[in-house]
Design a protein around this ligand. Structure first.
Ligand code: HSE
Length: 429
């Protein structure tokens, strides 16, 4: 509920969660309040803050009378017009977002997991209730990629997008490339810097990037690309040997999110990928994020910046809070309207880097090449060095179908070679 004082509109806000992101938002609102009031004519007045532990030290000086451990104090308070959800995790966050929307509140969330997992339900609730649902901070932090796709590229058919949309894995792979570090050492380094969680699974196995890709490609293609339809593979099996072979071949290694639409078929995948060193995405290093896309009218477009961290994420949260304050919410969900259903395509074409340890005996190379050939997998380049008993062997293929490559690799048994790693090569970016 708004009240107007000297032409400054006061927006009553409830926070769900006051961890790092919530505290970042609290601090940014405090720091920018005079400028926001004079430029936007809006003042955010926080009425309640849901926390798990009333006594915990936090990164923001929240008066203790605002704190509550009861979500109903935020969700059932008719005076609260805007809810900032910063709890993280799928539940109870998704249910709280749904309840807030049903109660007619605007919601800003940084929670890609809750959103990607409950996309249809939450978007339909926003649409039916005429409540605003904003989630820019959930996809690449400070980078305004959601608004770019929904509010700036509406006149485009977007058919391809590529993203480095997880900063933790980009930092780890950048360290492995720059310092020939092992995966374990680079992960440890990321954890020491607070970039990687003590349990890094969601980042390093590609789950975080998959949630972001599901949301981003859904909006770009205007058709739901469900999280469960995404292929994902993490970075835990990448070794310094792969990274250095890739570099010799002219590639940088990235955990790349790829989404392509061809008619009503969509492929969406997150996996370690060799990207040509000459491509702008190859220069996105450290914990930075970038999204590179093609629209039929705008051509290629790349957004680059900070995808995580308290202040960058708060930048996007406060921007969404202002958007909610400005908007006639009854039509806000129109930006997310879908145009039709699509089918997930799991038999995409790619080039492949295949690294093996082959038995060093006559005929082995010919036998492996023969298996690939019989499955229609054509070799673009090949390299063999000598090892002890086994010969390190690597192939880069021409464009080949995923199912053919899998079938061929399934036929290469221990009598010929052990398969050390298979990495996608994305040339046609
Ligand atoms: N953990 C994420 C990353 C940030 O490393 O990019 C939040 O999605």
């Amino acid at each position: 509920m708004d009240s107007t004082t000297n032409s400054i509109r006061q927006i009553a806000v409830g926070f769900l969660g006051m961890g790092n992101i919530g505290a970042g938002v609290w601090r940014l609102i405090g720091e920018m309040q005079d400028e926001i009031a004079s430029r936007e004519g809006v003042e955010f007045a926080v009425k309640k803050v849901l926390v798990r532990d009333l006594l915990k030290r936090r990164g923001a000086a929240v008066p203790k009378e605002l704190l509550t451990t009861n979500a109903d104090d935020v969700l059932n308070d008719p005076g609260i017009a805007l809810v900032v959800e910063a709890l993280g995790g799928e539940q109870p966050a998704a249910e709280y977002i749904r309840r807030a929307l049903i109660a007619g509140k605007s919601v800003v969330t940084a929670n890609k997991l809750a959103l990607a997992t409950h996309w249809k339900e939450l978007l339909e609730t926003a649409h039916e209730t005429g409540s605003c649902l904003y989630f820019e901070p959930g996809v690449c932090g400070a980078i305004p990629v959601i608004r770019t796709v929904t509010d700036s590229l509406q006149a485009n058919r977007i058919e391809r997008l590529y993203g480095i949309i997880n900063g933790t894995t980009n930092y780890i792979l950048s360290q492995m490339s720059a310092k020939d570090a092992s995966y374990a050492d680079a992960l440890f380094d990321a954890q020491q810097l607070g970039l990687a969680e003590p349990d890094p699974t969601a980042d390093v196995e590609g789950g975080d990037a998959a949630c972001k890709l599901s949301i981003l490609s859904t909006l770009a293609f205007r058709a739901h690309v469900p999280l469960e339809g995404l292929f994902r593979r993490g970075i835990t099996t990448i070794t310094p040997i792969d990274v250095s072979y890739g570099r010799e071949l002219g590639y940088a290694i990235k955990l790349l999110a790829v989404a392509k639409r061809d008619g009503n078929k969509v492929q969406a995948r997150v996996h370690p990928t060799f990207v040509p060193l000459s491509h702008p995405l190859a220069s996105v290093n450290g914990s930075l994020n970038a999204v590179y896309l093609y629209g039929h009218a705008c051509g290629e477009l790349m957004l680059y910046g900070r995808g995580a961290g308290d202040a960058p994420t708060a930048s996007a949260v406060v921007s969404d809070m202002l958007a909610a304050a400005r908007t006639d919410c009854s039509n806000a969900s129109a930006a997310y309207r879908m145009t039709g259903a699509v089918e997930m395509d799991t038999d995409w074409e790619s080039r492949y880097f295949i690294r093996l340890q082959a038995v060093d005996q006559p005929g082995v190379l010919g036998a492996i090449a023969g298996i690939l050939g019989r499955h229609g997998v054509s070799i673009a380049s090949m390299r063999q060095t000598t090892g002890e008993g086994r010969a390190p062997l690597l192939f880069v293929t021409h464009m080949a179908r995923e199912k053919d490559v899998r079938a061929a690799l399934g036929e290469i048994d221990e009598s010929l070679a052990t398969i050390e790693n298979v990495i996608y090569v994305e040339e046609g970016l």
